[in-house]
Design a protein around this ligand. Structure first.
Ligand code: ZN
Length: 450
């Protein structure tokens, strides 16, 4: 039996192990079941023949489950799987058709919080390694698992873990925690993530709200904040902060070619959101380029004064706006914060207070890296066709992996695009779990080739 045949004949084990994982709640936001789930994952690794240990940083921080298996035939190359065992809260409970931690199986689907994100992804990788061990008594290359417990709350300590265990984690390539599969069953191979800078700007004018008749004398902080925010970008989305784009490099010819070949149905997208046109009237290639490579300055929320029913003539004492900036490669969050501060000061808005919540740099693996063709070759073989995406429009903690481990990082997995991750009735598709497990087997083999 070869590893792929093993996957075919052992799907029932994969499914029941996934159900066991789902049945153990592990909600990092509420610190519910974290230790228990870490222990369960370590047990599951061991059951599949992988050495496992629980790593700790300090008290109060979720442990990392580290798994390792050395290759006898090729001990010089190491592939890492990065995953997480924590899940999003299951609320609102009443919108679930089955209890969120039940792992209910219906037809081709397994339902439950974490069914796909990320317990489904994790199980495909564990089972792929098991398939190699059971059929060949070896793995094609060294394998490491880094499975964290704080991903759904922002991976606050992943960088510290990577620094502390740099040697232990050292790898030649990293397979990211998830990867999407589109509606036509094509895996989307992701080579990067945008960065993020999340800030709050606020203006306080008076110590309390006032009668709005006093607007002749008392300055309105909401107006003040609007005026300051208005200076940050133009109506087409271009950021107007001095030097904001200084370090940004152009997309390479190869990247542009990849973007061109990526499918993107503008009309379906617009219909999904009920919108008529895109920002700046972008069309075709420009829309695709923006998703992959444009920085943004987005108002996530704005609050001031009265927003209840009917009318209230009030002059608010303060105003607050939350803004997220998506960053592209080479933008350093700290540097961008300084630029934002300098900008507001130079425009005369020294009274606008800035609070920084989160800063994370973008990461991108070079599309010409051999690792990319190794992964794509495996995906094409199993799925028939796959799509290369040079950067996800969203953010994930990929940068510290690329920067600290100096290893290329690629996202590929079993996450069906509409599998309701983070929402009620999250599910994993059994057909995709099977194909992805096989795909991971082939990735290990391709990666091991000289
Ligand atoms: Zn998630």
């Amino acid at each position: 039996m070869n590893p792929l045949q093993y996957v075919d004949s052992n799907m029932e084990n994969l499914i029941s192990d996934l159900q066991t994982l789902i049945k153990q709640p592990s909600v990092s936001a509420k610190n519910e079941g974290i230790e228990e789930c870490a222990n369960l994952v370590a047990k599951m690794l061991k059951k599949s023949g992988i050495h496992a240990e629980i790593l700790r940083l300090k008290k109060g921080v979720a442990p990392i489950v580290f798994g390792e298996i050395k290759s006898k035939q090729n001990p010089t190359k190491t592939l890492m799987f990065y995953n997480h065992y924590d899940v999003q809260p299951a609320e609102p409970f009443d919108l679930w058709n089955d209890p969120p931690f039940s792992g209910t199986r219906k037809g081709n689907k397994i339902f439950g919080r974490g069914a796909t994100d990320d317990k489904g992804e994790l199980i495909t990788r564990i089972k792929a390694v098991e398939a190699c061990l059971e059929t060949t008594g070896d793995v094609p290359c060294n394998i490491k698992f880094v499975i964290e417990g704080e991903e759904e709350t922002g991976s606050a300590h992943i960088e510290a873990y990577l620094k502390k265990y740099k040697k232990k984690f050292s790898s030649d390539g990293v397979i990211w925690e998830f990867g999407y599969i589109d509606a036509k069953n094509r895996p989307i191979i992701g080579l990067g993530m945008k960065g993020l800078l999340f800030v709050e700007l606020s203006v306080t004018e008076s110590i309390r709200d006032a009668h709005s008749s006093l607007a002749v004398l008392i300055k309105n902080p909401a107006w003040r904040l609007i005026e300051s925010v208005k200076t940050l970008r133009d109506s087409n989305g271009k950021i107007l902060i001095k030097d904001w784009y200084n370090e940004v490099t152009q997309l390479s010819k190869k990247d542009l070619k990849l973007i061109k070949s990526e499918p993107f149905d503008e009309n379906i997208f617009k219909k999904e959101f009920g919108i008529k046109s895109f920002l700046g009237n972008k069309k075709g290639l420009d829309a695709k380029k923006a998703l992959v490579g444009d920085a943004t300055c987005n108002i996530a929320g704005f609050i001031s004064g009265y927003i209840g029913d009917g009318a209230k003539t009030v002059l608010p004492g303060s105003a607050l706006v939350k803004i997220d900036f998506r960053l592209v490669p080479k933008m350093e969050p700290k540097k961008q914060v300084m630029r934002l501060k300098n900008h507001l000061k130079s425009k005369g808005f020294s009274d606008v207070k800035i609070k920084v919540f989160h800063g994370e740099a973008a990461a991108r693996t070079d599309s010409s890296s051999p690792f990319v063709s190794q992964v794509k070759g495996a995906a094409d073989k199993v799925f028939g066709k796959s799509i290369l995406n040079i950067s996800n429009a969203g953010t994930g903690p990929m940068y510290p992996f690329v920067e600290i481990l100096k290893a290329p990082c690629i996202s590929i997995g079993s996450t069906y695009l509409f599998s309701r991750i983070h929402s009620p009735n999250e599910f994993a598709r059994i057909d995709l779990l099977k194909k992805t497990t096989k795909c991971i087997c082939l990735i290990m083999q391709n990666f091991a080739k000289p």
